[in-house]
Design a binder for this molecule. Structure first.
Ligand SMILES: NC(=O)C1=CN([C@@H]2O[C@H](COP(=O)(O)OP(=O)(O)OC[C@H]3O[C@@H](n4cnc5c(N)ncnc54)[C@H](O)[C@@H]3O)[C@@H](O)[C@H]2O)[C@@H](O)CC1
Ligand SMILES: Nc1ncnc2c1ncn2[C@@H]1O[C@H](COP(=O)(O)OP(=O)(O)O)[C@@H](O)[C@H]1O
Ligand SMILES: [K+]
Length: 512
């Protein structure tokens, strides 16, 4: 699903108004009714009081439409106009009048107005600012937002939490902390970034009939990735395939005390369908690996405790490298000379990334479209520190263009970047914040590359399947107990969902 910028949202609104021959207030009516219907479905006529805080623009206009429909359906409402400017929008005014016709006179809130009386358990609907926010809210509006945030009330934001910019950092002291964001048709990037995402606990994208053909024609910087985007990439196996059809992956790394990283990655690689898997480890890895995963072949470099040479006596399809490898000088030299002699894409993780960060000149040795899988700490070592999430993404995009790689920025919503765009993953859960889960991801991506998926496909499918397997773990256990090994076990079901026609999988229109 496409993630639109503020400008693209405005263009989609304008195009829809023109192509469907609507007045803009008709689109606002449709938007407001859609929000009302969602609320009505959840509340089912409950006698709870809803406090609707409206700004003076079109987001406020949406709030007024919602208020009118709530009233008509017998809900108890209190409506406020947060009067931060005199420039009320045309459609706001139309709906203000319509509400007054229903004998509702909203309370006008100004700088010195006292905070309205809201009882614990009442619901607050936030329609103060939408996508039209173009400067920080005034301090008094910020204080109002803080008061609303500190109440014991369910907070529902229309379109976006008020005070949040779509494409630049916001002053988070002046942003509504929404329990639900009811957004129009397509989610916004800020829902998925760590700093702003925590202000959007759950989001729902409601279809208001914006022109999808137009939206599909837009070239967006980001897309949201879930089951429906990944399934078409899945390749069914032909009846006459054999293990040679699915490639031979090498998983290289490990050091004394960190052979487990290779065990996890090699097993995940095998369980993701690589025909053959060889682990390349220092001597201390031989016995544990051979006894714990007999399907995996093991090569050692003669050194006992760390890798000092990488000589692979056959031509593997793909190499996943770096997990638990350490960053000592001899290991770094071995990594460098391996890259000098290697030309097909590699997957680089963990200490592989740390070595690239230590000696940035090695980045030039990376074969084109290699997949790099940093967590935020590794990313910072690679690209330098950033002031905010937007700068981070810009710097990461520059890096991708310069190095010619695919970058998998791991996190709650992992973002895969190639030179064209960013893909935001929707699967996964905080139970996956556990030792070794990244090693499993590297194994999965390497396994997919071994079978002939392109590097971008392997990164996208790998990230999705890894998160989905993590979600499946929760059907039988808890976030606390989830381990990286459990994710590997659930890979089977995660892949199997690709050939079930009627999967109940991942509804991208809702997220948490
Ligand atoms: N354009 C359309 O056809 C539709 C718009 N919709 C709603 O319209 C919203 C966007 O509406 P608007 O563009 O009117 O903008 P907002 O309602 O987000 O903001 C109100 C106005 O206040 C001004 N403003 C911005 N930041 C300010 C600040 N810090 N202090 C004081 N004034 C400030 C701006 O000039 C802006 O126009 C969307 O989020 C959505 O809720 C929906 O009704 C769907 C259809
Ligand atoms: N809160 C979360 N929600 C979803 N996925 C998460 C969350 N925290 C971590 N993950 C996933 O778990 C993995 C952690 O990787 P990493 O930090 O490299 O762990 P390790 O180094 O222990 O292997 C990543 O794929 C990341 O996206
Ligand atoms: K809002």
């Amino acid at each position: 699903m496409k993630i639109l910028s503020a400008e693209q949202i405005r263009a989609a609104d304008a195009y829809t108004i023109q192509s469907q021959n609507l007045r803009s207030e008709e689109l606002m009516e449709r938007a407001g009714i859609t929000i009302f219907n969602w609320l009505h479905q959840q509340l089912n006529g409950s006698p709870v009081t809803l406090h609707i805080f409206c700004g003076i623009g079109n987001n406020g206009g949406d709030g007024l439409v919602v208020a009118r429909h709530l009233l008509e359906h017998g809900y108890k409402i209190q409506v406020y106009v947060v009067n931060y400017s005199d420039k009320r929008s045309q459609d706001f005014l139309i709906n203000f009048d319509r509400l007054k016709e229903q004998k509702v006179w909203p309370e006008i809130l100004k700088e010195k107005s006292p905070m309205p009386d809201i009882q614990d358990g009442d619901i607050v609907v936030d329609a103060i600012f939408g996508t039209g926010l173009n400067r920080e809210p005034s301090p008094w509006v910020g204080r109002l937002m803080q008061d609303l945030n500190s109440g014991k009330n369910l907070l529902v934001s229309i379109d976006i939490p008020s005070g949040m910019f779509l494409d630049k950092p916001s002053d988070l002291g002046r942003v509504i902390h929404a329990n639900y964001v009811l957004t129009f048709q397509h989610p916004k990037l800020v829902f998925f970034l760590p700093s702003t995402g925590s202000f959007c606990e759950q989001w729902v994208a409601l279809d208001i009939g914006l022109d999808e053909a137009f939206i599909n024609s837009l070239d967006t910087d980001y897309e949201l990735i879930g089951y429906h985007e990944i399934r078409p990439l899945y390749r069914f196996r032909s009846k006459f395939s054999h293990k040679g059809t699915f490639g031979h992956a090498v998983i290289a790394g490990g050091s004394h005390g960190k052979i487990g990283a290779i065990k996890l990655a090699a097993e995940a690689c095998l369980r993701s369908g690589s025909g053959l898997v060889t682990a390349y480890v220092p001597g201390c890895g031989l016995n544990p690996l051979q006894s714990s995963i007999p399907e995996v072949m093991v090569l050692t470099d003669g050194e006992e405790k760390e890798i000092r040479e990488i000589k692979i006596p056959f031509q593997p399809t793909v190499v996943g490298i770096g997990m638990g490898m350490g960053t000592s000088k001899p290991s770094l030299a071995a990594f460098r000379s391996f890259l000098e002699g290697w030309s097909s894409p590699v997957v680089v993780d963990a200490d592989g990334l740390n070595m690239l960060a230590k000696e940035k000149a090695m980045l030039k040795l990376l074969p084109p479209l290699s997949v790099l899988t940093p967590h935020p700490g590794e990313l910072e070592r690679l690209i330098g520190s950033w002031k905010n999430e937007f700068e981070k993404l810009e710097m990461a995009r520059e890096f991708v263009k310069k190095v010619g790689c695919i970058l998998v920025i791991k996190g709650a919503h992992t973002i895969v970047l190639d030179k064209e765009k960013g893909y935001v993953n929707t699967s996964g859960n905080p139970g996956m914040a556990t030792a070794g889960s990244g090693d499993v991801l590297t194994g999965v991506i390497t396994g997919l590359l071994a079978q002939g998926y392109t590097p971008l496909e392997a990164a996208l499918m790998g990230v999705y399947v890894h998160g989905r397997a993590g979600d499946l773990c929760l059907q039988a256990q808890s976030m606390e107990s989830l381990t990286a090994g459990d994710i590997i076990i659930q890979l089977g079901t995660a892949f199997r969902e690709f050939y079930l026609e009627d999967s109940t999988q991942s509804n991208e229109e809702e997220g948490e």
